[in-house]
Design a protein around this ligand. Structure first.
Ligand SMILES: O=C(O)CCC(=O)C(=O)O
Length: 245
């Protein structure tokens, strides 16, 4: 899949790019079923080494029926189906073109961000590279995949267009949370609603956030973090080299 010059220009200008129809309806259905299976602690899911984080106040250190799963990490290295989606040719094509057209790509982390109906706290404004420390910073990209329609009401992504040109801005830890956020004002956040099956590719320096889901609709998404093989990525969770296309 070849991105058009207009798409490449838009990514260079804004620091993010929406590409629709990258995941087929049947694949989306299986993604939803697999996430439900993990959330509900069914046997086949429990044997896998997925990393789970629960909503604050909901409690729980193991996958259980009641606690609200906020984040689920390391799906691709632990499950062949998730890996097959993370290595879809059309996605890798986009990653390669947005990170310098390297012959090989590294998938170094993946995180499903789950906001069930009426649940899901906000993810404060941040740049991904405040966590990942990839060098060079444009050698990597995040692919944020909508598993449900992501709308303003259920907590879609928000971006500050052009903020990837600011460089890495200092981030501070938010007390009693796992989150980092920068101090100061950086311009208006623009909501970017996308339909299920679409992905937003964002630069590791793009400032972005998502708001709480106060709606009756679920908002499940999967963030896939890639670098080209030449980039250094000290904070990676795992390393899976995959040929770029
Ligand atoms: O999905 C969300 O709510 C936040 C995701 C995010 O911040 C990211 O993918 O970097």
């Amino acid at each position: 899949m070849k991105l058009t010059q207009a798409q490449l220009n838009s990514y260079a200008k804004n620091g993010y790019l929406v590409v629709e129809n990258l995941v087929a309806p049947q694949e989306l259905q299986t993604l939803r079923e697999r996430i439900d299976e993990i959330q509900e602690g069914r046997a086949s899911a429990q044997s896998k080494n997925f990393v789970t984080n629960f909503e604050p106040g909901e409690g729980g250190t193991a996958v259980a029926a009641k606690p609200i799963l906020r984040k689920l990490s390391s799906l691709a290295p632990n499950d062949a189906f998730f890996r097959s989606i993370a290595t879809k040719a059309a996605i890798l094509d986009c990653v390669a073109q947005l990170t310098g057209n390297a012959a090989r790509i590294l998938l170094y982390s993946d995180q499903a961000f789950l906001k069930p109906a009426f649940h899901g706290t906000e993810k404060p404004l941040h740049q991904d590279n405040s966590y990942f420390k990839v060098e060079p910073m444009d050698g990597g990209v995040t692919c944020w995949m909508a598993i449900d329609d992501a709308t303003v009401e259920n907590g879609c992504m928000n971006y500050i267009p052009g903020s990837h040109k600011l460089g890495l801005v200092p981030h501070k830890a938010i007390k009693d949370t796992p989150h980092l956020t920068p101090e100061g004002t950086f311009g208006a956040e623009v909501p970017v609603p996308i339909p299920a099956g679409a992905c937003i590719f964002h630069h590791l320096l793009s400032l972005h956030s998502s708001k709480a889901n106060n709606s009756p609709k679920s908002r499940r998404a999967w963030a896939l973090h890639y670098v080209n093989a030449a980039a250094k990525c000290p904070a990676r969770d795992y390393a899976e080299m995959i040929p770029a296309r």
